[in-house]
Design a protein around this ligand. Structure first.
Ligand code: ATP
Length: 288
């Protein structure tokens, strides 16, 4: 069995510039991976089938699973006759704004590249990833990057200033399509993406905190007021800066001072079941 790590991502910025003629949104986002990860196991099978086995009942076990789609894409493109059993040990909350499904697909691409000896580069794997979903290309590389286009054009950035990251996920799932559908682009308050890049390049923690921004917050806040409440509480308990990740509902807080982390964690656990303390990974993913 070959094991591959599939880390979650958070958005340090998420901006929507306009709606394109092909109905996709033109986005500009800075994403970074954190050390909360699913574990993907890949085992070759002689019958040519693709099978999904998961520890989580909410993970689809058929073609709807992004990892399945990744395996099918490589199998068809490169004429692979063998099959694969994909075991997904889920740690990343589902429909949370943390790109769990996309990361599973990306890890499957990286792992099958090795298992099936395809010798593809990360760039080639990322190109395949874009056919599965907008966030899959980023997840192939991991690390920190500016993503543009519909999210598939990736420019690598250095590791962000080190900090603790607290993730809190209220007990709701959010549909990314619904949130984008509810977005009114006119009059949006856009995050300062350039300033965030400067903060990262200069390892400036305070400027990173000041530059966090996500235009989808207003839409998700209207649909799910409990997300606003979690954001306010994280601020109140002492996080340096707080933002919703992706289309939500997960909210993350940046905390530089280690002594403050457990106080914030305990405060949040009082009313939110799913709270995680993680670090940004900084580094790009290994090939597999
Ligand atoms: P993003 O941040 O990219 O919008 P997300 O974290 O909000 O993604 P996912 O956890 O990827 O959302 O789940 C979104 C939907 O994708 C789920 O409702 C689920 O049915 C489907 N899905 C497909 N494959 C997977 C997978 N491997 N793990 C989890 N969900 C998956």
């Amino acid at each position: 069995m070959l094991y591959v790590k599939a880390p979650a991502k958070i958005n340090l910025t998420l901006d929507v510039l306009y709606k394109r003629p092909d109905h996709y949104h033109e986005v500009e986002m800075i994403m970074t991976t954190v050390d909360l990860a699913d574990r993907i196991g890949l085992e070759s099978r002689a019958d040519g089938l693709i099978k999904i086995v998961s520890t989580d009942n909410f993970v689809p076990d058929d073609q709807r699973n992004f990892a399945y789609q990744a395996a099918e894409l490589l199998k068809n493109t490169y004429g692979i006759t063998e099959g694969v059993t994909i075991t997904i040990e889920k740690q990343i909350p589902i429909a949370a704004g943390l790109a769990g499904g996309s990361s599973d697909a990306a890890a499957t691409l990286r792992g099958l590249n090795e298992l099936w000896e395809l010798n593809l580069t990360l760039d080639e794997l990322a190109e395949h990833g874009a056919k599965i979903g907008s966030d899959v290309s980023f997840c192939v590389y991991g690390g920190t990057a500016l993503a543009t286009g519909r999210g598939e054009k990736i420019m690598e950035l250095p590791a962000p200033p080190t900090s603790w990251v607290l993730l809190a996920k209220p007990k709701i799932g959010v549909s990314t399509a619904d949130v984008y559908g509810g977005l009114k682009i006119d009059g949006l308050e856009h995050p300062n993406t350039k300033q965030m890049i400067t903060a990262i390049e200069n390892n400036n923690y305070d400027l990173m905190c000041k530059s966090l921004g996500n235009v989808l917050e207003t839409v998700t806040f209207k649909l799910h007021p409990e997300v606003v409440m979690i954001k306010e509480q994280m601020h109140r308990f002492g996080a340096d800066a707080v933002l919703m990740s992706g289309s939500g509902p997960t909210v993350f807080g940046l905390v530089e001072n280690e002594a403050r982390v457990s106080r914030i964690y305990n405060g949040l656990r009082g009313f939110c079941e799913e709270v995680y303390v993680v670090r940004m990974l900084g580094e790009r993913n290994p090939l597999a």
